[in-house]
Design a binder for this molecule. Sequence first.
Ligand SMILES: Cc1cc2nc3c(=O)[nH]c(=O)nc-3n(C[C@H](O)[C@H](O)[C@H](O)COP(=O)(O)OP(=O)(O)OC[C@H]3O[C@@H](n4cnc5c(N)ncnc54)[C@H](O)[C@@H]3O)c2cc1C
Length: 322
Amino acid sequence: MKHRVAIVGAGVSGLTCGVLFAEHGYGTATFAEETGQRTTSATAAAILYPYDAEPADAVIAWAVETYNVLVDLNRKPRTGVSIIELRQFSRTGEAQIPNWAVPLGGRALDASSVIPTSFKGGFAITVPLMDTTIYLNYLEERLIKAGGSITTNVHLERLEDVSSEFDLVINCSGIGARNLVRDVDLEPHRGQVAIVPKIDSLSCAIVCDDPPLMYAIPRTNDSVFGGTNELSENRDVDPTVTSRIVAECSRVLNIDNPKVLAARVGLRPFRKSGVCIRADRLSDGRTVIHNYGHGGAGFTLSWGCAENVFQIAARSTAALGR
Ligand SMILES: Cc1cc2nc3c(=O)[nH]c(=O)nc-3n(C[C@H](O)[C@H](O)[C@H](O)COP(=O)(O)OP(=O)(O)OC[C@H]3O[C@@H](n4cnc5c(N)ncnc54)[C@H](O)[C@@H]3O)c2cc1C
């Protein structure tokens, strides 16, 4: 008999795991305080870009696995996944092609590429982009279609509070794991973005992670301007920061400041000792598999990490002889 699996969390990590378990025939129920569009995941620019997550080797492997799944999703209708050129620039000199970009075809910008005057050099790579306004709903619908369920407004004090009808618990609680499993290694890396209308001249993603962090990402119906990264758990939008983000992006793009449609804040779940994927026992003897701490790369690592969780689950349930 297949296990009954409870997934805690309905951000990109929980929804991706939910899809995988439900499509493999597990009875899958998701419980979360906040769902899809109200999670940190909904704030993300959600481009495949391994940022602010450790350890490097595992991150690259998860990112490559995720890349392959997303390239397939781009071929299907209404997933919210597209393929876009990302141009990463440096403010100080030649931008090295980082290790993660090598297996994915990162290339030096050629002489014909226009380098905005604020920058010195850069590289280009073609990567998947997930439009969170579509992609998170797509994952939810796919989970439900596979027989899974999502229950919202559920705040768990401890993982043992998950109903005993579930014999396997998957912990995808993002920054919430700090309190839920008392993980002192987790740090909230606060990020703020501004959502602005579509910009005709913005046809590729522009990123610079030399300070000040800056990115401009065109989506289906709008554009995301960012960003910030500071150690803080304040989820309130700071209007001064919104103005600064819009001014810097507009300066780089050489456009007038666009109208701000919305501003959002999310807490990247950065874990000092690296992304946490491991099996453990709850005090009542049930198995829990943790999947949190993806920092600024939760979308980038989502399918690779979910596969990893699924393999651990398959191994631990086989070991129990069920
Ligand atoms: C500004 C910004 C830009 C970003 N850009 C990118 C990008 O371009 N590419 C990329 O890959 N990543 C990006 N990220 C990072 C990405 O958003 C995160 O890594 C990712 O959203 C983490 O997803 P998650 O599902 O693990 O956590 P979350 O989305 O935070 O979801 C956690 C879930 O757990 C639930 N939960 C927590 N605690 C409890 C509890 N006690 N009881 C019940 N439910 C609970 C929450 O309600 C929620 O449903 C960005 C982040 C920010 C803030």
